[in-house]
Design a binder for this molecule. Structure first.
Ligand code: PEP
Length: 251
């Protein structure tokens, strides 16, 4: 399994021109990336234009930041899995903490989205992680176990490509704060996640990533010392030079 490095651009940048500039600056170095899988998840509106830039010989893939769990119909403002696969988009981030916090995403809706995406052949980056309050209250393990249990409900019983699933451990307090989780604490959380996956008999087929204030100065340590199979990078992925350094640290 190759390490997976995913860029979450969130609601950035504000123009197509800037999106193309960042993407072009990543496409260049990407032609030399063999040992790592790299996915860029821009806002949906930029997916078609970036898809046209992405060259087939470059190991660069595109992902969305969310989907809806119904396949089509009267769901104003939503995007279906079919719309993404039709465009050649391969990945989707599901259950990001910002969607849970600002858009009412629950473990149950996350589970519906995961099943819809896996059934349609989309690859998933499923985000889990505790808030600062939950961590301080000693509830981290409980939260991770609940998110995984409900998020992955019925997954092992479906005849789906389980290797299309990646889990991103993203402690909410580490996202966008500059306060990245230590390698030791990340390593302990990754162990909890892998134990839970083993109970579901999907461990070993699923990549487990870390996300939360990753920069080029700390990225290599997660890959080498925390037992992760990749990284989910937010803020730093909008700086192409910085993102390229992060990818190189994971090769
Ligand atoms: C994220 O949004 O998934 C993320 C990890 O953000 P940042 O790298 O900015 O903390």
């Amino acid at each position: 399994m190759k390490n997976l490095i995913a860029a979450n651009w969130k609601m950035n940048p504000n123009s197509q021109k800037e999106a193309k500039e960042i993407f072009f600056a990543i496409v260049g170095p990407a032609s030399g990336w063999d040992g790592v899988e790299v996915v860029i998840c821009p806002p949906n509106i930029y997916l078609p234009v970036l898809k046209n830039i992405a060259m087939s010989d470059v190991a660069l893939k595109l992902g969305a930041q969310n989907i809806y769990f119904e396949d089509k119909g009267a769901f104003t403002g939503e995007i279906s899995v079919a719309m993404l696969t039709d465009l050649g988009v391969e990945y989707v981030i599901i259950g990001h903490s910002e969607r849970r916090k600002y858009f009412g995403e629950t473990d149950e809706t996350v589970n519906k989205k995961i099943k819809m995406a896996l059934a349609s052949g989309l690859k998933i980056i499923f985000c889990v992680g505790e808030t600062a309050g939950e961590r301080d209250a000693g509830k981290k393990n409980e939260v991770l176990e609940r998110q995984l249990k409900i998020g992955l409900l019925d997954i092992e019983n479906l005849k789906l490509k389980i290797e299309n699933l990646a889990i991103a451990y993203e402690p909410v307090w580490a996202i966008g704060t500059g306060n990245n989780c230590s390698v030791e604490e990340t390593s302990a959380s990754i162990k909890i996640i892998k134990e839970k996956l083993a109970l579901s008999e999907v461990e070993g087929q699923v990549r487990v990533l870390y996300g939360g204030s990753v920069k080029s100065e700390n990225s290599g340590a997660y890959i080498k010392e925390a037992g992760v199979n990749g990284l989910l990078v937010g803020g730093a992925s909008l700086n192409a030079e910085e993102f390229v350094k992060i990818v190189k640290s994971a090769e």
